[in-house]
Design a protein around this ligand. Sequence first.
Ligand code: CDP
Length: 798
Amino acid sequence: TTTADAPSVPRSAAGNPIGFGRMPRKEDARFLRGQGHYVDDVRMPGMLESAILRSPYAHARIRSIDTTAAAALPGVHAVITGQTLAGLNLAWMPTLSADVQAVLATDKVRFQHQEVAYVVADTEYIARDALELIEVDYEPLPAVVDAKRALDPDAPVIRDDVDGRTDNHIFDWEAGDAAETARVFDAAEVVVTQEMLYPRVHPAPMETCGTVAHMDPVTGKLTVYSTNQAPHAHRTIYALVAGIPEHKIRIISPDIGGGFGNKVGIYPGYVLAVVGSIVTGRPVKWMEDRSENLMATSFARDYHMTGSIASTRDGKITGLKVDVLADHGAFNGTAQPTKFPAGFFHIFTGSYDLQAAHCKVSGVYTNKAPGGVAYACSFRITEAVYLVERMVDLLARELDMDPAQLRLKNLLRPEQFPYTSKTGWEYDSGEYPRALKLAMQIAGYDELRKEQAEKRARGELMGIGISFFTEGVGAGPKKHMDILGLGMADGCELRVHPTGTAQLRLSVQSQGQGHETTYAQIVAQELGLPPEDVEVIHGDTDNTPFGLGTYGSRSTPVSGAAAAIVAQRIRTKARIVAAAALEVSADDLEWQITAAGGRWQVKGDPEQGKTIAEIAMLSHGTLELPEGVEGHLDASVVYDPPNLTYPFGAYICVTDVDPGTGQVKVRRFIAVDDCGPRINPMIVEGQVHGGLADGIGMALMQLIAFDADGNCVGGSFMDYLLPTALECPSYELGETVTPSPHHPLGLKGVGESATVGSPPAVVNSVLDAIAPFGVRHADMPLTPANVWMAMQGTPMRT
Ligand code: CDP
């Protein structure tokens, strides 16, 4: 199912919509020909390469490091250890969560594959040979692998780098009303409680992380090409940490092969390449390999949750509460706005109307890689949606109610919007029952239930799983949100050249979402310029305005609004120029977009008018403009969003489970998404397809696992499985449109909706299939072995 374009959108000579509508990505011209330009494609004159020595232990004291043999290897230019960095005051760097992380270990290693030494050489091969020659004397220490044991009084203290620390506790954080929630639970007719784990998974972008750094010894300018979702924030952090003046730092993020939250933070490898360049006086490249990426460069989730849901006997949900133990690994490197150590997890009441809610999250250190990144979601909303959607399904089971009917009974109603949730979010707009009913209609829900009953009678296992999600995306209002003190507003600049083509400069950074296309379409919509005439420039701090980058589906809600407003400003100015040229009052002009483009024309006399291209030439020419009106058609804005936008959706997943092996087949997936109007429905559908595949992967096959000593046992794509076309059905998509009342074009984000919404639909479906075995819950990933063991009454604990 796909949505059609509004027939009213005029088309340019090239056949593209002058405004919103389907068009192939402009980026395809290079991506489909293999002509993208990624960090690993960067070759600078005299460039050296590098490699990082990593710890074989999860927890060990470093007694000594001998680099003599490595330094003597021909072709090696520098061998850098924690001691070298300590001399430069760079051995530790700040994380995005007000912690510090070792760039290279000095005292101890705290997770397996932690960075211990760094070699710069003529080639990466020589650098890796040199790593073999470095002698490190480790004294192994007991490791803390299980978050539930991290706070035991006898647990080894991981972060003894901090004076006086005696335990592995990071923070306690809560939201909601504990007393009121207790009262609602006391009065409840039905209470269901369940422990569940959202396991440690990895964003696993196609391109791993890397950087090419060049500190020019003559100009003193540092140029950093890096795989990076937030170039401007990185520039500021480099300036603050390294003491390099900010105008002497240029961060360039070229094409990025997927980010998914993996490329938000600053990794030791990035800093090391900069140090390597300073030390050698030459450009230095560092690119991690796949296993380094999977084992050391940011994980996501790892939330141990105990949820309880309260309701009346006839299925009116009254309360929800949850206790979370959050495993943050050895350094607290999670990424989220400062005020929210558990990200946006406290949106966990989801899409339901209830009386009270309370959540408590405690963060702990363990001997695992740091992270807790927002993997394709707005800061922990994935965990929140999983919790509430599993709890609602468990309640349906307890009440013996159909899970769709239970949801329809409890979903927020349209007239309740704007809705303030029990944990303080203000949902902007929503028509939830409409979306769920549409998903049920596309699925043929009643028929599916009949088919399921027939199959059950024959001993076949078929499951129907539903999830309904609300995301909060577009971080965020400066009054509530910052990262390391930087407010989350986005700048945007638009220049319309004399001949009527334009350049739009964005602070956000595309990682494959098609920004070069969709932002040109926003300008097309507002200014009537054909999208092929609007070039989108991003990913270069010297050439774009400041902003906090792309993650948490924030680009459309924040930079999309900035792009709309900057185009509107130019349209307003164009009106004044057109009025001067036509010798009429600006009030006598009306705006029209036709196949010839945007045009200000005289009301009642459409022959008299000027296209935006004509106006561009006039504004750069000799036309006398009214007092106070500057020439040229340029404008810039900084957009501070008044609120998040709240996209939502209803997903239904149909699975068949092999009773003999526990193998799950996802037979159908119906996804109805509402992200307000769609700039480019083709791109939105692509985003949803990708997110659904991601969700199927997490639900059925992905886990970064550790043995009891803290050895990571999932560090390659042989173990950490990515879903392929074989595991994914042909998706059936639907759409409802509920505009955001505060976004200038009504747009809500969508990039991550499907990753957030799909895992609970898959899990609910599989657990529905195996319900005849009396299974209430089993944790992800629902691998054949895990499903089979759950069917035998012994679900595996991950
Ligand atoms: O921040 P990020 O770009 O990852 O996420 P997003 O803002 O949700 O946008 C993902 C892609 O979908 C972008 O190319 C958007 O322009 C496009 N999109 C759209 O066409 N219509 C919407 N209502 C929302 C996003």
